[in-house]
Design a protein around this ligand. Structure first.
Ligand SMILES: *[C@@H]1O[C@H](CO)[C@@H](O)[C@H](O)[C@H]1NC(C)=O
Ligand SMILES: *[C@@H]1O[C@H](CO)[C@@H](O)[C@H](O)[C@H]1NC(C)=O
Ligand SMILES: *[C@@H]1O[C@H](CO)[C@@H](O)[C@H](O)[C@H]1NC(C)=O
Ligand SMILES: *[C@@H]1O[C@H](CO)[C@@H](O)[C@H](O)[C@H]1NC(C)=O
Ligand SMILES: *[C@@H]1O[C@H](CO)[C@@H](O)[C@H](O)[C@H]1NC(C)=O
Ligand SMILES: *[C@@H]1O[C@H](CO)[C@@H](O)[C@H](O)[C@H]1NC(C)=O
Ligand SMILES: *[C@@H]1O[C@H](CO)[C@@H](O)[C@H](O)[C@H]1NC(C)=O
Ligand SMILES: *[C@@H]1O[C@H](CO)[C@@H](O)[C@H](O)[C@H]1NC(C)=O
Ligand SMILES: *[C@@H]1O[C@H](CO)[C@@H](O)[C@H](O)[C@H]1NC(C)=O
Length: 421
């Protein structure tokens, strides 16, 4: 790994979906959001690192003031050799791999603290890759990460594999003036971190309530929870050879029943209220999976996606829709199911804004009690009771987001203060 001539082995360039909500629009008629808090730290790095999306991660020395720790240990290599296709929970663009080339090793409880200029939603993104070090074997490091007394992000976490990088993405409502990330090594162990992002997100990203499944109820109080993005799929991926198509296929339980559709991203409209470019960029709405032509008027099956999750937690399921397949309004009516429970019945996307090709999203809360076999199952299928054109159903994008438990944990059943549930 230390060889000078090693170049990054990049088998497929993954779309930088971690940046989903910060796609800046050149269209002045659309809201532009500049995050008031924007801390980007390339831990252990001797120099700043610029990614190809333009963002600059500060070197370790210029971010030193954020860290309180006892022992100084850094590690870095010229390049890392990883299989970017092997772990789909670790989306990263080619240039984001640069962030994994260095790390800071934390041999005792350590704290990164930043000043919060604007309270509200913040992305916290953590990058992990166990680099080789003579004294500290990072693949055997075991540690926890909390936000002070409030939320547990990682509990007795370790990265045993050196074949892939680990990327974790959290959404937290930060209400205090100082936000801290505390790294707590297990006894006899140590912690490490390759890069950190703490970045403001627009308030409109998540509202306080969402529909429950089955349909009919409302879950309120999402502001009080912490979230971890587990899956984010650009269904029907727009560009040939993009990995998102593979991601979709990987989770698609009935690929034979699926036909992809896509339009030029510029054809996608955002409504006055609701979806915007921070909720998801045009690229997500410009492609979809729909029912494959079966040459029959009575085709009736569901498109189905299955994703493994930790069944101890409840999930926020964000579904993205945009009718890019109908020729006229009120053409397709379909049902959305989550884990076999009805989320919405007879959805007619064209009636919501009286237009086609318009972005729309719906959030559902799936309670842990409805998760069997550690799987989240999202299905869309045609409504048979409503008269329409050819039966069809579509899905453009899907996010599966873990909701913190009663004790504020996103990993394991202990709270930040160590209480058992
Ligand atoms: C800019 O946004 C408006 C409103 O959403 C849309 O009508 C127009 O086509 C967009 N222009 C470009 C160049 O994307
Ligand atoms: C990378 O991972 C993918 C998916 O697990 C696997 O199919 C492929 O063979 C791996 N490639 C290498 C070079 O290890
Ligand atoms: C990705 O890697 C993490 C950490 O090594 C592991 O927990 C997770 O199961 C992996 N995901 C997949 C889909 O292989
Ligand atoms: C964050 O939480 C505070 C206190 O609970 C609440 O007043 C505020 O509206 C929340 N902000 C967002 C963006 O959720
Ligand atoms: C590092 O730790 C891992 C996991 O405990 C172990 O499998 C590996 O052999 C160790 N490597 C070295 C160089 O000691
Ligand atoms: C769309 O489907 C066609 C035919 O199955 C396939 O060749 C193509 O790769 C798919 N494109 C995407 C973006 O999934
Ligand atoms: C679609 O899925 C729902 C929920 O799992 C199920 O009740 C329904 O029977 C399925 N429809 C078809 C045609 O298989
Ligand atoms: C899940 O259901 C339990 C029991 O009904 C309830 O106490 C809890 O608040 C629910 N959690 C979520 C996130 O819906
Ligand atoms: C869960 O797994 C069991 C055993 O593997 C299987 O019999 C059952 O059908 C599965 N249930 C669901 C809802 O997938």
């Amino acid at each position: 790994m230390r060889g000078e001539n090693h170049t990054l082995l990049i088998l497929f360039l993954l779309l930088l979906l971690s940046n989903f909500n910060f796609v800046k629009s050149s269209n002045s008629s659309e809201v532009a959001f500049t995050p008031p808090d924007n801390y980007l730290i390339d831990c252990g790095s001797s120099q700043d690192t610029k990614l190809d999306d333009g963002r600059i991660f500060k070197s370790d020395s210029s971010s030193r003031s954020y860290l309180e720790t006892n022992v100084e240990v850094e590690v870095s290599v010229d390049s890392i050799l990883v299989n970017t296709t092997s772990n789909s929970s670790s989306p990263s663009s080619a240039s984001a791999l640069l962030l994994y080339r260095s790390a800071r090793i934390l041999t005792s409880d350590s704290k990164y603290s930043v000043h919060v200029s604007s309270p509200g939603w913040h992305w916290v993104r953590l990058y992990f890759y166990p680099l080789p070090h003579l004294k500290y074997n990072l693949t055997s490091a075991v540690f926890s990460v909390t936000t002070g007394d409030e939320f547990v992000l990682l509990h007795e976490f370790s990265v045993r594999e050196t074949t892939s990088v680990v990327f974790k993405e959290y959404l937290l409502n930060v209400t205090s003036e100082t936000f801290s990330l505390i790294f707590k090594p297990n006894q006899q162990s140590y912690a490490f971190i390759n890069a950190i992002e703490i970045v403001s997100a627009p308030d409109s990203l998540l509202s306080d309530s969402a529909s429950t499944v089955p349909q009919g109820g409302t879950f309120s109080g999402l502001f009080n929870y912490a979230f971890e993005v587990c899956y984010r799929l650009n269904v029907g991926g727009p560009i040939i050879n993009t990995p998102m198509a593979e991601h979709d296929t990987e989770y698609n339980a009935f690929p034979q029943g699926v036909q992809n559709a896509s339009v030029s991203p510029s054809a996608i409209k955002y409504p006055q209220h609701g979806a915007n470019t921070y909720i998801a960029p045009r690229l997500v709405y410009a492609s979809a999976d729909q029912m494959a032509d079966s040459d029959t008027e009575s085709q009736n099956f569901n498109l189905t996606w299955e994703m493994s999750v930790d069944p101890e937690f409840s999930y926020l399921i964000r579904t993205h829709f945009c009718d890019i397949v109908s020729k006229s309004l009120n053409d397709i009516y379909f049902n959305v199911y989550i884990n076999g429970l009805i989320g919405v019945s007879s959805l007619d996307l064209s009636s919501i804004n009286n237009a086609l090709s318009t972005a729309y999203y719906m959030d559902f809360v799936l309670n842990a009690s409805s998760i069997q076999n550690g799987t989240v199952v999202v299905q869309v299928g045609p409504t048979t009771t409503v008269q329409s054109g050819q039966p069809n159903a579509i899905l453009n994008g899907l996010e599966v987001i873990k909701i913190s438990n009663k004790l504020g944990s996103l990993d394991g059943l202990l709270g930040a203060k160590g209480h058992k549930e």
